[in-house]
Design a protein around this ligand. Structure first.
Ligand SMILES: Nc1nc2c(ncn2[C@@H]2O[C@H](COP(=O)(O)OP(=O)(O)O)[C@@H](O)[C@H]2O)c(=O)[nH]1
Ligand SMILES: [Mg+2]
Length: 242
């Protein structure tokens, strides 16, 4: 299919308490996208009013829409809801990225270009040219160790398995049974990439430098790390065989 025939790019942005980021972030993302692209904000009823700011943005910008969910359930369920919406609207490619400027919108053109060639393009911290700035030695070790652990246990070559800056070709999301995905945090990122590989899809990594958010707080906690640790062998043992 030529690029003109396939559906538009949909960028799905999950938010929980991103009132200080969302407006500037959506503008920065829009700036890097083709005119046909759409942006979907998936807000889990953020107490800081992110959902209202998102509604105002959607009122002003035709390319922006908002999915409101009643409560915080983690990144995984928010993305699944967003993916379903984008597929139903005819997306040709679906991009996921954090809404806190950790994933620099400047990388979007390169990620989209890679996504035209491969089935799944991943913005990767752990290939040549990629990296992380401003992280403590401990957080660096946890992230790098986590990706190495998952790579080893799953027996795959992808170097950044926990990152969340990705471009899926529509067919990849259609081939994965989204109903059966139960991972919520970083494990969600590992599970989606592993399932794509298991289905025989081609995965490429594009170098990105991840930077710490400027405003707001991370939602990472020990339960998210613990889930990632036990889910990896579970996935290998066929926990996601559908
Ligand atoms: N809708 C939704 N978004 C979430 C949830 N948890 C995290 N996010 C968003 O996912 C992105 C990454 O989360 P963040 O807390 O920055 O994780 P970190 O970058 O690993 O520290 C941000 O845009 C968050 O607002 C959630 O439960 N629901
Ligand atoms: Mg973050």
């Amino acid at each position: 299919m030529s690029p003109a025939e396939q559906g538009p790019v949909w960028v799905v942005l999950p938010t929980y308490n991103e009132a200080g980021n969302i407006e500037a972030f959506v503008e920065a993302v829009r700036d890097k996208l083709p005119a046909s692209a759409r942006i979907l904000i998936v807000d889990d009823n953020s107490p800081d009013g992110t959902g209202e700011i998102a509604d105002r943005l959607a009122g002003r910008l035709a390319s922006v829409s908002v999915l409101h969910r009643p409560r915080k359930e983690g990144l995984g369920p928010a993305y699944i809801a967003g993916f379903r919406h984008a597929l139903a609207e005819g997306a040709g490619h679906v991009v996921e990225m954090d809404s806190d400027f950790s994933h620099d919108p400047a990388y979007l053109p390169r990620l989209l270009e890679a996504g035209e060639r491969a089935d799944l393009a991943i913005g990767s911290r752990y290939v040549d040219g990629g990296g992380v700035t401003e992280w403590s030695a401990l957080r660096r070790a946890i992230s790098r160790g986590g990706s190495a652990y998952a790579r080893l246990v799953l027996g795959v070559k992808v170097r950044d398995l926990t990152g969340g800056f990705k471009c899926f070709r529509r067919e990849v999301l259609e081939a994965i049974d989204l109903d059966s995905i139960s991972s919520r945090g970083y494990a969600f990122q590992v599970e989606m990439t592993y399932r794509a590989l298991r289905r025989g899809f081609e995965v490429v990594e594009v170098p990105i430098v991840f930077r710490e958010r400027r405003v707001g707080a991370s939602k990472m906690d020990s339960s998210i790390v613990a889930e990632a640790i036990w889910r990896v062998p579970w996935l290998r043992l066929g926990g996601s065989s559908r």
